[in-house]
Ligand binder design. Structure first.
Ligand SMILES: *Cc1c(COP(=O)(O)O)cnc(C)c1O
Length: 404
């Protein structure tokens, strides 16, 4: 995203042209950024060549997943729908891992039939259910057990998953018990220990702690895991002053860990692959003046981009055309939905705006469209993939008649 002749552009197309042609609100993804993200990720960990399973829940667009697949990535899925989507995008079942605390019998059965790489189980009840279904089918099934390492990821509490009060994974004691359960089963092939401590992690230290916990526990079990699945969670900078995750230090910590364990590493990154690729373009419907601030009422709302309402986070806001005139008023950017949480950000010293102007919200590629809804019977935005000066529609804008 940069300004060329004062016009905000994504790769080689201006936000203005996109809005003129496709309307607003509109999600756009930059192919170049996707390409950079994946290559940087691979490069950061190339010495041990991990299997990288894209966390489909961060962006479920089938065309985008197809592009990601072309880089050799697999998929991490958390529902039968996501599993179907990953398969539809052409990802080999041998590169798919299935996480989640509440897999139904139907989901487990489907995953076994598709012969995916791993079902990462999260409770004793689930292990028993997988065993029951596998036995019924007389089929072996490769599984992982998700350990709750009781490690604080130092991120937002809503997206922290690795502490003992979180619902995810099993504790150490249950972990040992489940290894024995698998040893006694003719159908369960225990291949993997998995963890995932949270999302938007910007400090490498929680990862180091997590590795220390796994190291200690594996040594206790004396069990040879073919795979160690370290989950995802690598954070991105949403704001200029966000710190950056130090991939070098994380990489070093894993290399140290691998000296004692001969396992293949799996990652499940979502946000770090697609987060900064996405932009949401929106038009100002009205500007409502009040004593203290002006409300900039956009045609995008919390149903299109839920993160600010759900987590209280903000996305960088940019005007589509740069002028050098600053507003004296505080601007509160809101959507038209009847909820007070339907607001995106409040900014001082923003460029002076007028009605019908366009703005762009940055870094919405992860948990943007995938968390969108039809609240207020609002059709979902169109999604575009931008590659140089080419624009491809990768999901049509919903129409009201689709919702009736
Ligand atoms: C959400 C999730 C991920 C992806 O997290 P990011 O922060 O997007 O990298 C990976 N693994 C599991 C089990 C998840 O639930």
């Amino acid at each position: 995203m940069k300004y060329i002749n004062k016009k905000l552009t994504i790769e080689r197309v201006s936000v203005q042209n996109i809005a003129n042609k496709y309307g607003t609100p509109t999600y756009c993804y930059s192919y170049k950024k996707l390409n950079n993200n994946i290559n940087n990720f691979k490069k950061s960990f190339r010495s041990f060549a991990p299997l990288i399973c894209f966390a489909v829940k961060s962006n479920t667009n089938v065309d985008l997943i197809r592009e990601i697949k072309k880089f050799g990535l697999g998929a991490d899925v958390v529902s039968i729908g996501e599993l179907m989507m990953a398969l539809k995008a052409g990802i080999s079942p041998k590169k798919i891992v299935f996480s989640g605390v509440g897999k139904t019998s139907n989901e487990i059965s489907y995953a076994i039939d598709k012969k995916i790489l791993l079902i990462n189980a999260e409770s004793k009840s689930e292990i028993i259910e997988i065993h029951r279904i596998a036995k019924l089918k007389k089929k072996g099934v490769q599984i992982g057990i998700r350990l709750n390492p009781n490690t604080d990821a130092k991120t937002l509490s809503q997206i922290s998953t690795g502490k003992k009060e979180n619902k995810f994974g099993v504790n150490e004691k249950t972990f040992f018990e489940l290894i024995n359960y698998c040893k006694n089963s003719n159908y369960l092939e225990l291949k993997c220990l998995s963890v995932h401590i949270g999302s938007q992690i910007l400090d490498h230290k929680p990862y180091e702690k997590m590795l220390n916990v796994i190291d200690r526990i594996i040594k206790k079990t004396n069990y040879q895991f073919e795979f160690i699945d370290l989950g995802g969670g690598m954070g991105i900078s949403y704001n200029d002053n966000d710190k950056k995750l130090d991939y070098k230090k994380y990489n070093l910590a894993i290399k140290k860990f691998l000296k004692n364990h001969k396992s293949k590493i799996i990652f499940e990154p979502g946000r770090s692959i697609v987060g900064n690729t996405g932009t949401l373009i929106s038009k100002i419907i009205y500007i409502k003046k009040s004593e203290r601030k002006n409300f900039i009422i956009l045609d995008a709302a919390m149903n299109d981009l839920l993160r600010p309402a759900l987590y209280g986070t903000t996305h960088k806001m940019l005007p589509s055309i740069k002028t050098n005139k600053k507003s004296k008023k505080v601007y509160e950017f809101v959507g038209p939905i009847c909820e007070s949480t339907d607001k995106f950000t409040t900014l001082k010293n923003f460029q002076e705006l007028k009605e019908k102007d366009l703005v762009a919200m940055c870094d919405v590629g992860a948990y943007g469209m995938s968390l969108s809804s039809n609240y207020n019977v609002r059709p979902k935005p169109v999604e575009l993939l931008i590659k140089g000066s080419k624009i491809k529609i990768i999901r049509k804008r919903q129409k009201h008649k689709d919702l009736m």
